[in-house]
Design a protein around this ligand. Sequence first.
Ligand code: NDP
Length: 251
Amino acid sequence: MNLSLSGRVALITGASSGFGAHFARLFVSEGARVVIGARRVEKVAALAGELGDAALAVALDVTDEASVIAAYDAAEARFGTVDTVVANAGIAKAGRSTELPAADIAAVVETNFTGLYLTAREGAKRMIAAGFRDSERGRIVLLGSITAESTGGGETAYAAIKAGVAHLGRQFAREWVRQGINVNTVQPGYIDTEIQGDWFETPAGQAHVNSFHRRRLTPITALDAPVVFLASDASRHVTGATLTIDDGQVL
Ligand code: NDP
C-alpha cells in the first residue's frame, strides 16, 4: 500500500484559503510538489513562500480557459507534467431560488462547473499526451459537496451544480478509463472555511450545527486521509467514485 505522494506534481485550484491551502500544506508534507493557484495571487504567493521549493504559486482564474492553460504551462516548466489535479476552486451564492440574481446563478455555474471542467480537462489532455496510459499515474479529484445529496433552502443553484459535479466526475472517469487517469469526487460536509462567511458564529448557524446528528462541524482534517488516498498510487483501482465525508451530517 503506497500512500506516499513523493514524486507527484499536484495542481491545486482555489489554494488561497480553506481546503485548497490546507491540501497544499498536506500534499507537501506527504512528499508532493504543488502548483497552487487562485485569483488572490498574493495569498498563494505567501503560501508558496511558506512551503519553499516544493511549491509554485500561479495567478489563476478557473473560469478563464487561457488562465487555466497558463497555469499548466507554468507547472510543466517548473516541475514537469502535472499527474495529480485537485479541482477545488469554488464559490457559494446563497438565496431563495425566487430571488437569486441571474448573475449569481451564472457565477456559480461558471466557477463550480465550467471552471472545474476546464481544470480537469486541461490536466487530462496533458496526461494523455505524456503517455499516462502505461504508467496509470493520473489522478484527478473533484470537489463536490453533500449538498448534492440533500435538499434545503438557500443554496439551490450551488447544490444542483454540485450534483452535476459528481456526474461530471463519472463521465470523465469513463472517458479516460483507458488513459491511466482516475477521476473521483469527494463530497465534504459543512466545514468552517471562508466560503461559509460568519454563518457558524450566528445563532442560526449554531442551530444548524445542532441539527447535525453528531452536533458538531466536520473538521477540515477529516478530508486528509481520503484525499491523500485518492491522489496516491494506492487508489489505482478507484475511479468514478463519489466519496462523502460529512461525519454523517446528511444521513
Ligand atoms: P474558500 O472560500 O475558503 O475557498 C474557495 C477557493 O476558491 C478560494 O481559494 C478562492 O480563491 C477560489 N476561487 C474562487 N473562484 C475562483 C476562480 N474563478 N478561479 C480560481 N480560484 C477561485 O472555501 P472552501 O475551501 O470551503 O471551498 C473549497 C471547495 O470545497 C469549493 O469547491 C466548495 O464548494 C467545496 N466545499 C466546501 C464545503 C465547506 O463546508 N467548506 C463543503 C463542501 C464542499 P480566490 O478568491 O483567491 O480566487
